[in-house]
Ligand binder design. Sequence first.
Ligand code: TNX
Length: 538
Amino acid sequence: WGITAGACAIMLLAGGGIVKAQPQKALIPLPVSAAYGTESFTINEKTTIFCTKEVKEEAKKLQKMLKPATGYSLKLTSKDKGNSIRLSINKGIGLPAEGYQLHADSKGISITGADAAGLYWGCQTLRQLLPAQIYQNSKQNNIVWSVDQADIKDYPRFGWRGMMLDCSRQFFSADFVKQYIDWLSAHKINIFHWHLTDDQGWRIEIKKYPLLTQKGAWRGPNEVLQPSFGSGDNRYGGYYTQKEIKEIVRYAAERHVNILPEVDIPGHSRAVTASYPETLCQSGDTSRSVQGEKQNVWCAGREENFKMLDDIFGEVAKLFPFAYIHIGGDEVNKNYWSSCQRDQQLMKEMGMTSVDQIQNYFIKRVQTIITQKGKKMLGWNEILEGGKLDSETGVMAWTGVDAGIEAAQKGHPVIMLPGSYCYFDMSQARGERGHWWAGIVSLERVYSFDPLNNQQLSAEENSRIFGVQAALWSEYLDRPARYVEYQSYPRICAIAEVGWTPQAQRQWADFNQRVTSNHFHRLANMDIKFRVPTATAT
Ligand code: TNX
């Protein structure tokens, strides 16, 4: 049989017969190529998982994934006696990183990964080929766990497919964060960008500076941070202990998800400056940041601040094995630097003529700290203001595609997440709850984003755009933050496909059909409280 792209395409079989792809395939993200036939294989309690030592860890994960809904404890075996799901890794299959091949017929299923991650994504595809009840976490009766004949070859368009969750404006429990990561991995998203600090709360335990969480993690009338964003009660907040963070990192790694930690500096830092006021500029300035915060900027002229940042990032670097650390850098209220004696003194000594140069000075110092810890730095696109940075420093383009284009032209690696396509705090339809500054970000709008459609860039510059993300800021999620799921899904399904599927194979009508038919059943079985499109939705 031949291999044809697209779940809704007409499939050619080798015998010359033409078979219409059955809609229950409806894979998300859509694979690079998939063909389906008329045979099928049914998983029963005697089915075994055939694996070599090399893939035993992945085999155990599949076993764990299939157990709750089927009730079967499938045995792992090193001798294949048929009725099996065969797992292997083969670097020589000619697929890029994270790629896999899946073959299913009446005799069994085999999944071969180009690497461990590829094998894991192949197992996620297998889950989608099963009845949607496979996502339930308790035993489902009277279900035939069958998989139709399939031949799938698959690999991602981008190596970086991310989702950011703002855990500062609203606090989400460690258990919820794990659940959220699990849902991401079901969509082959491999980066969880964890926004851990902001004006409204510091959420990561730092042993050397205990007040960051003793004080800076709490809002309320008697707290250093004033009630905001719906937290009218006495005390609201929380933080993740280092122990919890290690467990979340382990949990994510098991799912082939990397965690990108973000500590947002030098602006968005009211939680720091309220806990350790000495970090602030010596300034009588009363102006407010874009989000209405006063006194939320680290002083650049106070040398001890860089020592403190060195300590903080030292602890962060030890907790997170991922190669990158995100340092924020967005929306700094530079009025503080204009009116602080120490910052003015710094400007004089360094021969600076504008506060943008202070921003560059600050970010460069942090860049040195991050690279000394053996990590690479990432920041929001404002980090390019006021001067040059190392070309290895990555830029997250949020204000618009133009910001990503500029960063790529300057030689930086770029992750695209322009607000008007990728900000999931925006409303999904006219008149609906959500933020507004970047317009309406409907499911269709997210799906229409092509991160590489940049005519102004040379091929080399465009190749610096190595990833795509979405972000969910949480200041407009009501509390309890039940809208986190409503704002996330199904838009995460769209960003997952933007990041994974070749552009030429993506069609909105086809995607919409797959999401609203089969995939909604999967989401429902995962118990995600996703948004169902209404007649008025645009
Ligand atoms: C801008 S995006 C911010 C966030 C807000 C968001 C609301 C970015 C780097 N900064 O602090 O939550 O807009 O959409």
